[in-house]
Design a protein around this ligand. Sequence first.
Ligand SMILES: [Zn+2]
Length: 412
Amino acid sequence: MGSNQVTAKSHNIRSILKTLLHQRQISRVELAGITGLTTATITNLVNELLRQGVVREEGIELSDSPRVGRPRMVLELIPKARYAIGVHIGIGEFRVIITDLIAKPIAESTIQYEVCQDAAVVIDAIIRQIKHLVQQNGIPNETIIGIGVGASGLVNVETGVNINAPNLCWQDIPLRDMISHGTGFPVIVDNNVRLMSLAEAMFGDGKSVNAMAFVYARIGVGAGLVVNGSLYRGMAAGAGEIGHSVVIPDGGEICRCGNHGCLETLVSEPAIIRLAQQLAEANPDGIMARELQNGNGSLIDHVFAAAQAGDIAVLEMLKDRARYFGIALANLVNILNPEMIVLGGLLVQGEAYMLPVIQNTVRKCAFSHMGDQVEIRTTRFGHQTGVIGAAAFALNTFFYDSIEFSEQEKTI
Ligand SMILES: [Zn+2]
């Protein structure tokens, strides 16, 4: 078989698998209609997928039509025919997940680690955790399609090297090769926030959306962009650095990037905590000051607890931060014209106090009607967005967008 035929065949398989992912139950005739493939090609490729055990064909009764002759036959993916592994490397903690073919979690764990220690130690712990989860859940190795890794900072997707993760003090870490060597599975690596946008685009509310952004704020602020259904990385994988949009060029605080007044210096966990501490010092008997004396939980939890308890100064401060955030998003809207912006991280925690102000600011500041048309909301995946995005990346790379299915055929 010539290589052109192999390419065309794998392209056709991909389009069938992606249609099955989005339609869930579909007849062969409908499948031909959507993919534009001939009946003969559909028969040939569907038979191969049935042989591989990743799809099944069943008769279903139609409730709205009289029972005449045979039931309608539909094809559907068998979600548990294969599994994907996702790894999300956050700052001070990593998450590992095993999902089925439709990104439904099967098992998950979260492990804390000390930041700025040797990367090899953390990667070793990741590998051990992957093996542990696979074994504990009795997942056969041959059903695992591969591992997607969402890394902090700049990543070279081609080489799987984590070029620079300033918050972890890591440089030039060959994540892909180390994790692949340690587990025996194929591995693909990208930036962790970019993969959150993939979770939304493949399995969240962004499924039917053409252009969308996922914006995450925690220690830093970053965005993942999806354009025409695919991740947009830019020239050197730097697309989405919205945290370094300059909002206050003169007199703004210095950012870790060296500029002044970047969004990250105004709206991030450290920035909000610092402002809350100043408010507590200015009003030692206030709600914020009392919250901070209460030792349990993280500092940012105390800030939102004070807002919840009605601390006026804290509420004003959060609204003020939300306005800056909205200005940066309005600029993003003017460039990308997205249908949807999904927010994650502390914006989920602070949704009640910040989201309405963010939405209003975008409506007011974005050009023409673009601000009214964009839907801005928080992620529905909660803390799992990053790790589900990593598994989605593995699914996309090694299953829905893979050419593995044609490998067998090549040797015949
Ligand atoms: Zn900056």
